[in-house]
Design a binder for this molecule. Structure first.
Ligand code: SF4
Length: 131
């Protein structure tokens, strides 16, 4: 029977958990030390998700980029798509923690939000002349 090994990250103990499966169905789980670990591995097997953290461009702020994250874990297979979509984003300061950057990133029904605030800074003299 095929097997897959996971390191449970639901607590610092980091148990090694083995899943035996057949036709995408779990037959046996071994090596976990608590119910939380069993749930973690089941979810990793059926629907692995990760919180995505990265940065996007921002105009008229002290820094050129601002940190952002997904509100909840996105399916692992969608992480590259999310990063591509975020490459196209450019915010404008000011920004507050929790501002929605993209709703429904890559059709996942999950929002990307800012994870810090950035004030607006004075525009450069040359920018003022052009605008
Ligand atoms: S199985 Fe339980 S004890 Fe082991 S790492 Fe996971 S949460 Fe911690």
């Amino acid at each position: 029977m095929p097997k897959e090994e996971y390191t449970c990250v639901a607590c610092p103990k980091g148990c090694t958990v083995e899943v035996e499966f057949e036709d995408e169905e779990i037959k046996e789980i071994s090596g976990y030390n608590c119910a939380k670990g069993e749930e973690y591995v089941k979810s990793e097997f059926h629907d692995p998700r990760r919180i995505l953290t990265t940065t996007v461009k921002i105009k008229n702020a002290k820094y050129p980029r601002i940190p952002v994250r997904t509100e909840t874990g996105v399916p692992k297979d969608e992480l590259d798509c999310c990063l591509e979509e975020l490459k196209e984003v450019e915010l404008e300061a000011p920004a507050e923690v929790g501002d929605v950057v993209i709703e429904d990133v890559c059709g996942t029904d999950i929002s990307v939000v800012t994870s810090r605030s950035l004030d607006r800074v004075a525009e450069k003299e040359e920018d003022k002349v052009l605008s």
